[in-house]
Design a protein around this ligand. Structure first.
Ligand code: FCB
Length: 474
């Protein structure tokens, strides 16, 4: 079976500044740099972000390899902690400006469209210690200064901007479920942080609209959208999945596209006494500054059943999961290394949801991928990782995106996480996701089988599904 994609489809991959560059020459520490300084044992094998994949030093060679595997677009992020010297004033760091100019020019020289994101979890830690980070509306305004500097410096060459990557991970990781520094558990703060980030995104969009002079310029947000499937058709399971969806998908998706929060979610947060503090003026900014384009990160679906305890008997303060309980569906397909369910058809459901409920906004898959540990298991005698599992994974996801596009969803691209194996937060280098492997001791990089395969797909705008791939999942 052959699936053809439009000529201008984005075939690419995504990374981020903090996960690829390394700390070289950086003026400020972000929350992860700092966490590693004070608690290296919190990271897999005690590997921190200091070197990452050495992109700061090897970006020219790395971009060359990205070109070699056929990528026509690549996302990375500008690090606030590298670009800005004085965080209050928003003054520029000379080497930061030089570096991002060089990177952007190198991408363009190699016919790769650079896609720039502004915040990939990497808040300067000083702003957390001084102001409580995203709990503070002053930090919102400092972020807008940084965003404005970026638009002014690079807007002549960057056409596609994104304000945040997966803001829900900041809420979950830092304020609810303790997987990112500062590991706080505080439902009320979590809700305020979600609101403040929404405001920061809208204010940055407002600034962009005022100063952008690039006719092709557009701006959006990247959200991890994870369909919420009920375990059964029972009303209680469906209600659980419905609230989980309002919270984990709707919280950022609704204001980003529709300009307002879902009234049902607001009712629950109000009734529970945790609603954010907002002003009429701020809500107007959110309403008037919606996104032009959406990035969707999708890795795995979520399934829900009714909570096993009554929502009101929860002894800790407010937590969203008082309304739902995760459900592990028997017989589900798993990526055992990462512990995530594999369910490619979810991308079709996302495509149709965006088409029908979110104005059929132009969107792309901004991350998708498969983290696999000890990939040296799959090295062949020529030293190439035979990652057929990744080819299968990407093929199936592309199949369902294509199906959604055939039915009218406005998807314009697919980016794998990630071009070159990079550093992944607490997991460091445990799971590898790239088209290109990276020996973290020598920084020698080698194209995997999937990289060679992707080049063919990208060059021909065509996905060929072999019979055995098809019979495995259709
Ligand atoms: C996503 C993050 C990205 C990377 C992948 C594996 O949630 O956006 O930074 O760590 O997971």
């Amino acid at each position: 079976m052959i699936k053809e994609f439009p000529k201008d489809f984005w075939w690419g991959a995504a990374t981020s500044g903090p996960q690829s560059e390394g700390r070289f020459n950086k003026q400020h520490a972000n929350v992860f740099d700092y966490w590693y300084e004070i608690e290296p044992e919190a990271f897999y094998n005690q590997v921190g972000p200091d070197t990452a994949s050495n992109f700061y030093n090897s970006f020219r060679e790395d971009i060359q390899m990205m070109k070699e595997i056929g990528l026509n677009s690549v996302r990375t992020s500008i690090q606030w902690t590298r670009l800005i010297d004085d965080l209050e004033e928003g003054s520029l760091n000379e080497d930061g400006v030089r570096f991002y100019n060089d990177v952007i020019n190198e991408f363009i020289k190699n016919d790769i469209k650079p896609i720039i994101n502004l915040c990939h979890f990497d808040l300067p830690v000083e702003l957390y210690h001084k102001y409580g980070g995203w709990e503070s509306k002053h930090v919102v305004d400092l972020f807008v200064k940084f965003a404005e500097q970026s638009f002014t410096l690079f807007g002549d060459r960057i056409e596609d901007w994104f304000t945040f990557n997966e803001p829900m991970v900041i809420v979950d990781g830092e304020y609810l479920y303790q997987f990112h520094y500062p590991n706080i558990v505080d439902g009320k703060k979590a809700v305020q942080v979600a609101y403040n980030i929404t405001l920061a995104s809208a204010k940055a969009i407002a600034r962009f609209k005022e100063i952008n002079t690039n006719p092709a310029g557009r701006i959006g947000i990247i959200l991890n959208l994870t369909p919420s499937y009920p375990a059964t058709d029972s009303p209680a399971d469906k209600a659980a999945a419905h609230f989980a969806d309002l919270w984990s998908n709707g919280l950022f998706l609704d204001p980003s596209i529709k300009g307002s929060f879902n009234p049902e979610l607001i009712d629950v947060l109000t009734k529970d006494g945790v609603l954010w503090e907002s002003t009429t003026e701020e809500l107007a900014i959110i309403e008037q500054n919606t996104i032009d384009v959406l990035g969707v990160n999708f890795y795995h679906p979520n399934r829900f059943q009714e909570p096993s305890i009554s929502p009101n008997s929860l002894t800790v303060d407010w937590m969203p999961h008082k309304y739902y309980h995760h459900y592990d569906m028997p017989g589900r397909r798993m990526n055992v290394d990462k512990g995530w369910e594999i369910y490619p058809k979810a991308l079709y459901d996302i495509a149709i949801n965006i088409r029908d409920n979110y104005q059929n906004i132009p969107w792309f898959v901004s991350e998708n991928g498969m983290g696999v540990s000890r990939e040296e298991r799959y090295l062949d005698d020529k030293g190439i990782i035979q990652d057929d599992y990744r080819i299968q994974f990407i093929s199936e996801h592309l199949y369902w995106i294509h199906q959604g596009m055939e039915e009218g969803s406005n998807c314009f691209g697919y980016h794998l996480w990630t071009p070159i194996d990079c550093w992944s937060w607490k997991n460091a280098y445990r799971n590898r996701y790239g088209f290109i492997s990276n020996n973290i001791h020598t920084q020698v990089k080698t194209i995997k089988k999937s990289g060679h395969w992707f080049k063919e797909v990208a060059n021909n705008n065509k996905l060929e599904l072999s019979d055995d791939i098809e019979s495995n999942f259709l």
